[in-house]
Design a protein around this ligand. Structure first.
Ligand code: FAD
Ligand code: FES
Length: 255
């Protein structure tokens, strides 16, 4: 079930470069959203037609948190909306991460992919560790909050300006070698997710990935967001990222 509502912005502040953290008061969504689900927002620039999908980064009482980067006209418009402005927002949408069970969980995030994983970290608590990757130190976001909510946090940057030099692949392999994880939950750019899926498959560890595709209806009707997935018998089909995902078992995705 998802809800459309007018929901008030209670905070909208820049936290790094073009990245903003927004708090929105929408009790119905906050009360039912799970990590990995997203909301769709009407952006009010002239000619705007499609809602913009943004993952939920946290929920507390009646408030949801969104962390987003300005990419184009929609997110740029969003960044300019003041406290007290009423957003037309719908959600929670899609299938989220598995956050049941009691085993150790490793979170692997690339760039803004860290946002939904912070929600998972807050839900799962200290039985999570995290491996986070960013382009460089100026693009790092949410790191302190991962440190507060997870056990161990490993950091990598593409340019070596903070943490390990390189992608999340090396710290991920090292962390998995230490063992003890039941599942890996990952969100980030598709090439990163493919690498994470391969590393987890080689290590024999279950992995869920959150995919991003451009969306139109966001409700499973238009098929704009489809990606190829496969069944256990090897046959393939097209799945809707908005409705069947955005979270998939990594072994189902045709990379
Ligand atoms: C399920 C889901 C969850 C998301 N969660 C977040 C989030 O938590 N934080 C965040 O900052 N962004 C998130 N995104 C991406 C966000 O929806 C897009 O950046 C946004 O819609 C761009 O809108 P715009 O009008 O600003 O840019 P546009 O003018 O529409 O596009 C600007 C640029 O962004 C690219 N782009 C647009 N939409 C997407 C998309 N869906 N995936 C990849 N590239 C895209 C375009 O190709 C173009 O290069 C998510 C996307 C999906 C599908
Ligand atoms: S966006 Fe229309 S089916 Fe997914």
């Amino acid at each position: 079930m998802y809800i459309c509502s007018n929901s008030m912005i209670t905070e909208n502040r820049r936290i790094a470069g073009g990245v903003y953290s927004m708090l929105v008061k929408c009790g119905d969504i906050a009360g039912s959203v799970r990590p990995g689900q997203f909301v769709s927002i009407v952006c009010g620039f002239p000619g705007a037609l499609l809602r913009r999908p943004i993952s939920v980064c946290g929920a507390d009482g009646e408030i949801i948190r969104l962390v987003y980067e300005t990419r184009g006209r929609g997110t740029d418009w969003l960044s300019q909306q003041p406290e007290g402005f009423e957003l037309d927002i719908s959600g929670p949408q899609g299938n989220g991460f598995t956050v049941s069970g009691d085993g150790r969980v490793l979170l692997v995030g690339g760039g803004l992919g860290a946002a939904p994983l912070l929600f998972a970290a807050k839900t799962l608590g200290k039985r999570t560790d995290a491996v986070l990757g960013f382009r460089g130190k100026d693009q790092i976001v949410l790191l302190d909050e991962f440190i507060d909510n997870c056990g161990n946090v490993a950091l990598a940057t593409d340019d070596g300006s903070a943490g390990v030099h390189g992608t999340v692949a090396d710290p991920l392999k090292k962390t998995l070698t230490a063992g003890g994880y039941e599942t890996v939950l990952a969100c980030g750019p598709r090439p990163m997710l493919k690498a994470v899926a391969e590393i987890c498959s080689a290590a024999g560890i279950a992995c869920e990935v959150s995919l991003e595709e451009r969306m139109a209806c966001g409700m499973g009707a238009c098929l704009v967001c489809v990606c190829e997935t496969k069944h256990a018998d090897g046959s393939s089909c097209m799945s809707r990222v908005c409705r069947d995902g955005p979270v998939f078992d990594s072994s189902e995705v045709v990379w």
